[in-house]
Design a protein around this ligand. Sequence first.
Ligand SMILES: Nc1ncnc2c1ncn2[C@@H]1O[C@H](COP(=O)(O)OP(=O)(O)O)[C@@H](O)[C@H]1O
Ligand SMILES: [Mg+2]
Length: 259
Amino acid sequence: MILLETKALTRTYGGVVAVSKVSFQAQEGLITGLIGPNGAGKTTLFNNMTGLDLPTAGKVYFKGKDITGHSAHKICRMGIARTFQNIRLFKELTVTENVMVGRHFKTGRNVNHGRTLTAVGSYLQMNREHQQVHAEAMRWLEFFGLEPFANELAKNLPYGHQRELEIARALATEPTLLFLDEPAAGMNPHETASLMATIRRIRDLGITVVLIEHDMKLVMNICDTISVLNYGENIANGTPSEIRGNPLVIEAYLGKEEE
Ligand SMILES: Nc1ncnc2c1ncn2[C@@H]1O[C@H](COP(=O)(O)OP(=O)(O)O)[C@@H](O)[C@H]1O
Ligand SMILES: [Mg+2]
């Protein structure tokens, strides 16, 4: 089943055509890679699918529903989460607090749900919800093996763990679809190998993953299917072996990577 798709999505900035008539599809339950040279329009396509940017033309559908132009917050609540090319953590909050913020972002929890509670009732409910959100955050930290760092400030984490923490925070919103923008950027080979295993475990939870990545070993190893952008256009779609052997892709991107 197609979980998310764009139809002829175009985004121009003044005279620059960042994304040109791209019809992209993410199948439910799969890991889809989005690759291409710098400036090809990958992040712009992500921004247009997650409500951070508005297409100049074309549509975005999630579970068959037109979500074009919906706000980022609304799209998050529908079950779509993302990380950013440049890490965006709350550096002065603890590791646990960063994940808890993710959870609150999803629920936008208002303590008394519009009902009038007594001060004591309100306090008890708030306390219960806090404990629940805390417990859920700890579950995600355990998933990433980050629980030893639970009370560290995010800024003190090693770089690879900061990247994982960003993913943990995105997962705390309980998405069905997760977008990762260059999750392995800046990671050493050991961290990248661990990330690869983690992304597979995320897929095994039933979460659909779409990832932008330049590390071809990672992309070719874990993606079920790959879409290629070049100068804003979708020049190829296929399995890793189809993409590796595609002359257009080799010319535009893969050939240059190997130099
Ligand atoms: N907010 C913006 N304003 C103007 N130009 C932009 C903006 N965002 C992206 N672009 C341009 O769109 C093109 C695609 O950029 P981007 O989507 O970041 O590429 P990628 O993620 O594939 O490296 C580039 O030419 C970039 O300069
Ligand atoms: Mg980018």
